[in-house]
Design a protein around this ligand. Structure first.
Ligand code: KG4
Ligand code: ZN
Length: 337
């Protein structure tokens, strides 16, 4: 079973070819980060225009690198939700056109679900049931992964996504965009206890997240407030390390709560922020302390890519799930029941 996946939900134009849900034949990602860097975040209009310019080149490269012709492709999969609507539409229209022209079945998939399936790339295995955490620039979601094809929401962010907070704090510190890797690099020389940022846990049982207060606290620590500079200037490395630790502590605590609430003994983690080394180490420590299974996507499959979309397409096709027809639409929100 060979699936061509297409992903354009945010600021990566990506096409990938995957065999049997596990073997990555190609994974081509054209990042628009340089285009958005001057603005410190993604500009939706620029993103959708760049997708239009890049999609065919990325597609041809993905087929060439995989060494497959259209005839060898069994099924297509495309992210149609959630994401920036103008960006989603570019990938969806490309996928519909190819499905029509090549007479191939098409599966329209949820981006968060694909981030979970990314953990199966290489092995083809997802241990279920499992708590899922997708932590990225647009999403911070705890999920109940009942089986590889049945994923339901447990909790999500009430304001900013964790990656968005990384990007904004990097902007405040003048570290550039995307902020996650920049903060992680700066944090290596910093003291994570230097700035006592509060951990916003939203009560003792909540599985939801809030990162906007942390973002504001970082702004005050760096720039001061009410026109006054901070009482004592703090080194950028210390702010970065303290901020990163506050985010990691929060994410790990919420995973622990979701494991307690479900009683499950497996955790699957994906999304761009899951590439963060400190988060990965802390999740490994959590799993070791509890004796549970942990599957974190490989770093190159954490940030947005189409191999994860193709892997999910393989799984849906292998399970005989109904295909999308050519009237399928894009949606800015996740439509999990
Ligand atoms: O999954 P992704 O590529 O796109 C979305 O679906 O949003 O995630 C991108 C996010 C950005 O906010 C970026 O700053 C963050 O992931 N990120 C990281 C790291 N690498 C990427 N955050 C923390 N540490 C990293 N090493
Ligand atoms: Zn993503």
């Amino acid at each position: 079973m060979i699936c061509l996946g297409i992903e354009t939900s945010c600021d990566e134009t990506a096409c990938g070819v995957v065999r049997d849900g596990r073997e990555v034949l190609s994974n081509v990602v054209r990042s628009q980060a340089a285009l958005h860097a001057p603005y410190g975040g993604i500009v939706p209009e620029i993103a959708s225009r760049a997708h239009v310019e890049d999609i065919l080149r990325v597609l041809r490269t993905a087929l060439a690198e995989a060494g497959v012709t259209p005839a060898a492709i069994d099924v297509l999969a495309v992210t149609n939700r959630p994401g920036l609507i103008g960006s989603l539409i570019v990938g969806l229209m490309a996928a519909k056109a190819l499905a029509f022209a090549w007479r191939k079945p098409l599966h329209a998939v949820d981006h968060l679900h694909a981030h979970i399936v990314a953990a199966a790339l290489g092995t083809g295995q997802l241990r279920v049931p499992s708590v899922g955490l997708v932590v990225s620039g647009g999403h911070t979601s705890l999920l109940a992964v009942h089986d590889a094809l049945t994923v339901r929401p447990l909790g999500g962010t009430t304001d900013d996504a964790a990656g968005e907070a990384f990007d904004k704090v990097a902007q405040i510190l003048g570290l550039g965009y995307p902020g996650g890797p920049a903060i992680a690099a700066a944090a290596r020389d910093g003291n994570p206890a230097a700035v006592p940022f509060a951990r916003s846990l939203l009560g003792s049982r909540s599985l939801d997240f809030s990162f906007s207060g942390l973002k504001t606290a970082a702004r005050y620590a760096v720039l001061g407030q009410q026109g006054r500079p901070p009482a004592a200037p703090v080194a950028a490395a210390d702010v970065a390390a303290s901020f990163q630790m506050a985010v990691v502590d929060t994410l790990v605590e919420k995973c622990a709560r979701a494991l307690d609430a479900t009683g499950w003994t497996s955790l699957i983690v994906g999304g761009g922020v899951a590439a963060n080394r400190v988060l990965r180490e802390r999740l490994e420590a959590l799993a070791a302390a509890r004796g549970i299974a942990l599957a974190v996507a490989r770093p190159e499959f954490c940030t947005d890519n189409a191999a994860m979309v193709a892997a999910l397409g393989c799984m849906l096709a292998a399970a005989g799930r109904p295909c999308a027809d050519l009237t399928v639409d894009a949606a800015p929100d996740s439509r999990m029941p």
